[in-house]
Write a protein that binds this ligand. Structure first.
Ligand code: PMP
Length: 319
């Protein structure tokens, strides 16, 4: 589908959105052997150019995921970061989402203004060429602005956690999509996965609860993705004492503790900070966004739009 003016970066070249092709005989497509990232860029409150949130950390996580797969990105961290900035610039979009993807394939061939990644050799022992593609698209609030304000309804679903879930690997994501689909089929906004009966994470977001003025989130040892938004929240709470809370307890908890929480919220690049007002038909707290959640949201949105000098280092200008 042609999207006018949209560009995709592939292996060092910038191409029109509808001129990039990948042969379907491809190891990554068949076996999920790839890794990706998801970043957001926002309008800066006083600059014309947008800013990318925590670019260095997302790039680092991409390199980690590729390492877990036993592969190597054929670019340096600086080159990948620069390519991400160039792609945002080329798309001339003020706010949106960035999707870098590392995948396998045969040689990259140009045919006029078209580019084709040729078939890769199939077979598990064959390692083909490692490719990097970066796409950008406009993306407003993931679950709608009402969700950000009033909170969402969350359902626990019986989808097992993937084994390599510390790394953002393509093969992990059927579990994510199934979680979301099952929850939505049952009339909920989002799904929540458990790990051995303990609360793990939502479909593409980490989870926090507040109980008796304590902020609690599942530990990384529980096979969850080390979310960059999760880390952002932990940093903010320690630095700023948000709503008189100055520490985050990283510990396991079950659904009974979740049902009885005073507040609950999801966090992630896509969902940003989204309050949860109900879990499995149980009202959480007062059934609306809690005060700690709202305060964190307010700080978060100021930071991503460049309204905080203290956290300006998390932003990369797209000049
Ligand atoms: N868990 C999963 C499975 C995810 O895909 C994401 C989105 N990357 C998150 C949590 C949240 O991570 P982040 O805050 O880095 O976007």
């Amino acid at each position: 589908m042609a999207i006018k003016g949209k560009k995709i970066w592939l292996d060092g070249g910038m191409y029109d959105w509808d001129k990039v092709f990948i042969h379907p005989v491809n190891q990554s497509l068949h076996y999920g052997l790839g890794a990706f990232e998801g970043l957001r860029f926002y309008l800066h409150h006083e600059m014309v150019a947008p800013v990318i949130f925590r670019l260095r950390d997302h790039t680092e996580r991409l390199f980690n995921a590729v390492k877990v797969l036993g592969l190597e990105i054929p670019y340096s961290r600086d080159e990948v970061s620069r390519a991400i900035i160039e792609t945002v610039k080329a798309n001339k979009c003020p706010e949106g989402y960035i999707r870098p993807l590392v995948f396998l394939g045969g040689a990259t061939r140009n045919f006029g203004d078209l580019v084709l990644v040729e078939n890769s050799e199939m077979g598990f022992a064959k390692v083909s060429q490692v490719h990097l593609m970066i796409a950008v698209w406009p993306w407003g609030t993931y679950l709608g602005s009402e969700a950000l304000e009033k909170g969402i309804r969350l359902a626990t679903v019986a989808v097992p956690r993937p084994h390599l879930s510390h790394a953002k690997i393509c093969g992990n994501y059927p579990a994510t999509l199934m979680t979301k689909q099952l929850a939505m089929k049952n009339g909920y906004d989002e799904g929540l996965q458990l790990c051995d009966g303990l609360v793990a994470e939502a479909s593409a977001a980490n989870i926090f609860i507040v109980k008796n003025k304590r902020l609690i989130t599942p530990p990384l040892s529980l096979s969850i993705l080390p979310g960059i938004t999760r880390d952002t929240i932990m940093t903010l709470v320690i630095d700023l004492w948000v709503h008189a809370i100055g520490v985050v307890e990283e510990r396991s908890f079950g659904i009974s503790e979740l049902y009885a929480a005073d507040e609950c919220f999801l966090c992630g690049t896509a969902v940003e900070i989204t309050p949860v007002r109900e879990v499995d038909n149980r009202t959480i707290g007062l059934g609306k966004a809690g005060l700690t959640t709202k305060k964190l949201q307010e700080i978060y949105f100021k930071i991503v739009h460049g309204e905080s000098r203290q956290y300006a280092g998390w932003l990369t200008e797209v000049r």
